[in-house]
Design a protein around this ligand. Sequence first.
Ligand SMILES: [Zn+2]
Length: 107
Amino acid sequence: MSECAHCGIEDDRSGGIVVGKPQEGDDTTCNVCLADWLSQNTVLSRRESEVAALKLIGYKHETIAELMQSFHGEEKPTKSTVDEYSRRMKDKLEKSVATVNALEKFL
Ligand SMILES: [Zn+2]
């Protein structure tokens, strides 16, 4: 079993915590540390960052909903809420790319 390179935690699916690698060669990270990083360093909201972290580690929307429910101890989010967060992230991604393209000559 692998542990998070940042906080040392191990997989605890019943507590909504999973450990994995976003990409080949990346540090092993838990979804909580990755969500913290995304929330602080990207335009994503806190909840969007939680969804993004689990997507990056390789989970599908249905499992993401289950893990987030376990983590927060609530009935939400449902899969359709995770779908909605995912749509909002895609929108932010497209706007971010458009911003870079529009302002590229000033960078
Ligand atoms: Zn961690």
